[in-house]
Ligand binder design. Structure first.
Ligand SMILES: Nc1ncnc2c1ncn2[C@@H]1O[C@H](COP(=O)(O)OP(=O)(O)O)[C@@H](O)[C@H]1O
Ligand SMILES: [Mg+2]
Length: 431
């Protein structure tokens, strides 16, 4: 080991850079920029290497962002450290970047990087009290095309917190679905096989769609809803269009796939000749096992009529869980009323009595009653004074407005449906 010299990077030096990268990570230093970023910068931005004969013993890579330049990689093989190679590489890199007229040259180095001499020698200042933040963007560039094609999107981050009440359902979904999917490595350590497909069932308006979206939001996975009614018009027919749609979904890195009113395409096989949806049901029965083989995605099927489903559809092996989403309990109704009543009048409204009077209401029913009370109160306030446009000092709906709206709201879920739901839980739920 005698002399080293510095020269520009050549495309044939990639192996040498890889070697430096592994030497660095093996010595316990986790570089800030990813390997693919560094390799891209070697080719497109600025890179210099230190060589001994043919061997690469060090490298520095930089890139410019407007007025600021960034050192994205600086490494020397361990056995070559302490010979000023780092300082030499930084000098050469700065020289190459000089024509850009940069105002500042910065470097982010891991805490474990102890060889700061190269930077200090070159006049860099060790800036204290800085923190490094980074966030993984949920959808990668290559997925934007397929995602748009599927009409999928990344939902706002707060949907999970916005689900009012429903503590026991929320806890169940959080533990059984979100935890193993979000913490895949931890789940694996414990031998937990992450869920791939679930059914949510319950009377209309209880929040099945809301929960499916909230799960996607919680995981930060794109939400893709599959609409059989739209696919039916496809020239390939519904079965073919479903197959194609799921092939497109397979191109995504992550997705929560939502199939609502699944009983419409997976109903009980009956009659001879078989019903026209039979081919579609069969297709779906084939699609699910294939879907299950791909990690990083979750199929959520929802139905208001779980008993109408083909028993083969619910058989073990297709769905990890069959989860009831029922009418909200008192606590959930309270949370919903607290959400729907305008903050300015919340303190004056008797929420207890509303919670009590809305037993048997679905979230959708409560939302409807709250909205109509607001509308009614607004109209009363504005028009009660012979059409004068003033609010007569009223600031919002009163308990009476709410009670009136509640008594006029027809609940979606009849007692019979509620009783049938309890039977369904008994017979078909799997949590
Ligand atoms: N836990 C909840 N908190 C607040 N609003 C809810 C909740 N669950 C449902 N909603 C509202 O009730 C309505 C019906 O919910 P939805 O999820 O569409 O029911 P489903 O899919 O079971 O028929 C939606 O407007 C939704 O925003
Ligand atoms: Mg729905």
């Amino acid at each position: 080991m005698t002399t080293w010299r510095i020269r520009d990077f050549h495309p044939s030096d990639l192996d040498g850079i890889l070697h430096l990268w592994s030497a660095m990570t093996e010595s316990g230093i986790e570089p800030v920029y990813s390997l693919s970023e560094v390799l891209a910068s070697c080719q497109a931005d600025f890179a210099v290497v230190a060589v001994h004969g043919e061997d690469i013993v060090g490298a520095a890579v930089g890139r410019a962002a407007h007025e600021q330049g960034w050192i994205v990689f600086l490494a020397t093989l361990p056995e070559w450290r302490g010979r000023g190679i780092g300082t030499g590489l930084l000098a050469a890199l700065e020289h190459r970047m000089a024509p850009l007229g940069l105002a500042k040259l910065s470097a982010l180095m891991p805490d474990t990087e102890t060889r700061i001499d190269a930077f200090l020698n070159r006049g860099f200042k060790d800036v204290k009290n800085l923190r490094f933040f980074e966030r993984q963007i949920p959808v990668q560039r290559a997925e934007l095309g397929p995602l748009a094609q599927l009409g999928g999107r990344v939902l706002p981050r707060n949907l999970w917190d916005n689900v009012a009440g429903m503590q026991s359902e929320k806890q169940l979904l959080e533990r059984r679905l979100v935890l193993p999917l979000a913490e895949a490595e931890l789940a694996d350590e414990f031998g937990v096989v992450p869920p791939r497909a679930v059914v949510l069932f319950g009377p209309p308006g209880t929040g099945k769609t809301t929960f499916a979206k909230a799960i996607a939001s919680r995981l930060e996975w794109p939400f893709v809803e599959v609409f059989p009614s739209r696919l039916a018009a496809d020239s390939e027919g519904l079965a073919g269009a479903l197959r194609r749609t799921f092939l497109e979904i397979a191109e995504l890195e992550h997705a929560v796939v939502f199939l609502d009113e699944v009983e419409e395409i997976a109903s009980r096989r009956a009659g001879d000749p078989p019903s026209p949806t039979q081919g579609v049901t069969n297709e779906l029965l084939k699609i699910i096992p294939a879907f299950r083989e791909q990690p990083g995605r979750l199929l959520v099927c929802a139905t208001n009529f779980i008993r109408a489903l083909d028993p083969a559809f619910l058989r073990h092996g297709r769905f990890d869980y069959v989860i009831p989403i029922g009418l909200p309990d008192a606590e959930a109704r309270r949370a919903m009323w607290n959400r729907f009543i305008p903050a300015a009048v919340l303190a004056e409204v008797d929420v207890d009595v509303l919670v009590e009077r809305t037993e048997g209401f679905s979230p959708a029913d409560i939302e409807f009653a709250a909205r109509s009370a607001s509308q009614r109160a607004l109209e009363k306030a504005v028009y009660s004074d012979g059409g004068q446009s003033s609010t007569n000092g009223r600031r919002g709906p009163t308990t009476e407005d709410y009670l009136e709206a509640v008594s006029e709201t027809k609940t979606t879920v009849s007692e019979e449906v509620a009783a049938a739901f309890l039977e369904d839980i008994e017979e078909l739920a799997r949590v």
